[in-house]
Design a protein around this ligand. Structure first.
Ligand SMILES: [Zn+2]
Length: 171
């Protein structure tokens, strides 16, 4: 608050009695500025005590016990296993250099069924899958394919719109 604020002690006392709680629960006083404008004056914030940072706990390991592998990881050769949201490599749980391979179970609004994930891993390409939704909201059909351990789209011979090539992304 600038120094022109007029702080009549009596007036201020009145104001204090009517603490205004604003915003992030900070107490504000009404003050008279330039003898005519009423403004707010905030209590000084207490500097936050620095919290001691706890070392990050490692993420809980996914238990793959009893799960049937869908195929071989194109990056590490490990087993690909199903989780709730994705098909991932068994080596993704390694402490050292975890494998980054991941095939999301839903790509652009389209569910990727297990059979197609299996097919992608074994043949490098899925069947033609329809009902992907482009970022502009247009449905389109494409194959998913593996390229250097990454999942990409391959479009059928006669795509509906060339623009959808650019929009399509695997994430
Ligand atoms: Zn892997």
């Amino acid at each position: 608050m600038d120094s022109t604020a007029v702080r009549s002690s009596k007036w201020r006392r009145d104001c204090v009695e009517r603490d205004l709680r604003v915003g992030m629960h900070r107490v504000a006083f009404l003050v008279l500025k330039d003898k005519k404008d009423v403004g707010f004056e905030f209590e000084k914030r207490e500097p936050k005590a620095k919290r001691e940072r706890k070392p990050k706990e490692p993420a809980a390991k996914i238990d793959f016990t009893g799960k049937q592998p869908l195929g071989e990881c194109p990056i590490s050769g490990g087993k690909i296993l199903e989780t709730e949201t994705a098909y991932i490599c068994e080596h993704s749980q390694s402490d050292r250099k975890p494998c980054k391979f991941k095939l999301s179970k839903t790509i652009l609004g389209r569910e990727i069924p297990k059979e197609q994930a299996r097919k992608l891993l074994t043949t490098g390409k899925t069947d033609l899958l329809d009902a992907f939704i482009s970022k502009r909201g247009r449905p389109f059909a494409a194959y998913l394919k593996l390229e250097d351990g990454k999942i990409g789209f391959e479009f059928p011979e006669k795509p509906a719109r060339a623009t959808e090539f650019k929009e399509a992304q695997t994430s």
